[in-house]
Design a protein around this ligand. Structure first.
Ligand code: SF4
Length: 430
């Protein structure tokens, strides 16, 4: 039996690909999945490569595995994911110690790659299919479900359309069956993921049908929390917001990357949104779902971002009070249209702007925290000490340290009183 270890880097979409890869290895037999690469015969590294820091992390993991192989313990290195998409055969030239490379659209070739060294780069067709079986890499009670992959939005700074291809959805039937399968493995919370969840179904049904999909999923027994990640602001409509408001199973939570607020920058980013459309959308969301938890992302230091553009973004963060904000310095990536834009911002200014935005968001968090003290909340325990309310997504948002005289079980829901909140570290008592 070959001992196989998976190292999964990057976003939850990559994680579900890793679960799928392991699933097909388990179904084919002959492999024992282990966690420690120091004890493995074969290491599979699923990489992320959409920005330079992710490439750096992937390369350092490759070097670690090459050193392990030199000890004679590790027999084979297989690299897959976005770095393979970005580099293709060049990756093997750079690191000849890599035995096989597998592209994100050839995951079904993983068993072949285990048996025969080589490059598996051919595109296995444009249809996104559900895996027969996947080996869950998340906690039992919380799972990710990838409903679509690829992207057609072509934001000027983003490599993902080049790495992941055109937007393609899983059929509703597939998503429903996968949801049922996840619930059978103990999932109570399911986070729906894609590059752009709001575009779900456009390729299969001729128009986005995310709301229809949600209406079917919430009827599935034993599903407690359904969470929406990666929504594109301009495709978020009233019907979807009303469904979020009215359906208990759907978390009053939205991950809605906005990237900026200034029209100059949004235009240069090739975003469909404008300052006006974003402000109206946020106001509409908060009107229809007042207790919504909003996560967003902003990029600062984008080519041509003036001090005035930056101040607009800073004030927008201060006044809007997002629950969670990811703040990124613009990363100049070869292969994107923004790569050739003039007026690139010096790193020193980028860093200064990132820090100012982080400070502004910290002040917002202090305000939000102040309002939650002594409130009670329903918390899903992720382990015996930490849990989340519907307002926190797994892995990226804050969590609560929960104390109780009783033993708290992972996957259980508890009613707790919030007693302390400092930044994203909050305390509650049952
Ligand atoms: S929406 Fe834009 S940023 Fe997001 S994956 Fe698509 S192209 Fe990239």
């Amino acid at each position: 039996m070959k001992k196989v270890c998976m190292i999964s880097l990057g976003c939850p979409k990559n994680l579900t690909d890793s679960e799928e890869l392991l699933g097909s290895l388990c179904s084919s037999g002959g492999c024992q999945i282990i966690q420690d690469e120091n004890k493995a015969d074969i290491a599979i590294l699923n990489t992320c490569a959409f920005i330079a820091p992710a490439v750096k992390e992937a390369v350092s993991e490759i070097k670690k595995l090459i050193n392990l192989k030199k000890t004679g313990r590790l027999k084979k290195i297989i690299v897959c994911g976005c770095l393979v998409e970005r580099e293709k055969e060049k990756l093997k030239k750079k690191f000849p110690q890599i035995d096989s490379i597998v592209s994100t659209r050839s995951l079904d070739k993983i068993n072949l790659a285990i048996e025969k060294n080589g490059s598996y780069l051919e595109n296995s067709g444009n249809r996104l299919i559900s895996p027969d079986y996947k080996l869950r890499l998340t906690v039992k009670h919380s799972a990710y479900l990838k409903i679509a992959d690829g992207c057609d939005n072509l934001c000027s700074y983003c490599l993902i359309p080049a790495l992941k291809g055109r937007f393609r959805s899983k059929s509703m039937e597939m998503v429903i069956n996968e949801t049922k399968a996840l619930i059978k493995t103990g999932a109570k919370e399911i986070s729906l993921i894609a590059q752009d969840s709001t575009n779900y179904g456009i390729d299969l049904y001729g128009k986005p049908v995310l709301t229809e999909l949600l209406k079917k999923l919430i009827k599935i027994p034993k599903l407690k929390w359904l969470r929406l990640m990666y929504v594109y602001p301009d495709r978020l409509d009233r019907e979807l917001l009303k469904l979020i408001k009215n359906e208990k199973v759907i978390c009053k939570y939205l991950d809605i990357p906005l990237q900026h607020i200034s029209n100059n920058v949004l235009k240069a980013m090739n975003r469909k949104s404008t300052e006006k459309s974003i402000r109206e959308k946020i106001a509409e969301i908060k009107k229809i779902v007042p207790d919504i938890s909003l996560r967003t992302n902003f990029i600062t230091g984008f080519p041509g971002e003036t001090e005035k553009d930056f101040q607009k973004l800073l004030n927008f963060i201060k006044e809007t009070e997002f629950n969670y904000v990811g703040i990124f310095p613009y990363s100049k990536e070869k292969g994107t249209t923004a790569f050739n834009l003039k007026y690139q911002i010096p790193d020193k200014i980028k860093r200064k702007r990132v820090n100012l935005l982080i400070d502004a968001q910290s002040a917002v968090i202090d305000k939000i925290n102040g309002r939650m003290i002594n409130k009670t909340a329903r918390i899903l325990m992720d382990n015996t000490a930490y849990g989340r309310t519907f307002q926190e997504a797994p892995d990226i948002d804050g969590s609560f340290f929960v104390t109780s005289e009783k033993n708290l079980k992972p996957g259980s829901f508890v009613q707790a009183k919030i007693i302390e909140a400092m930044g994203y570290n909050r305390k509650a008592i049952v």
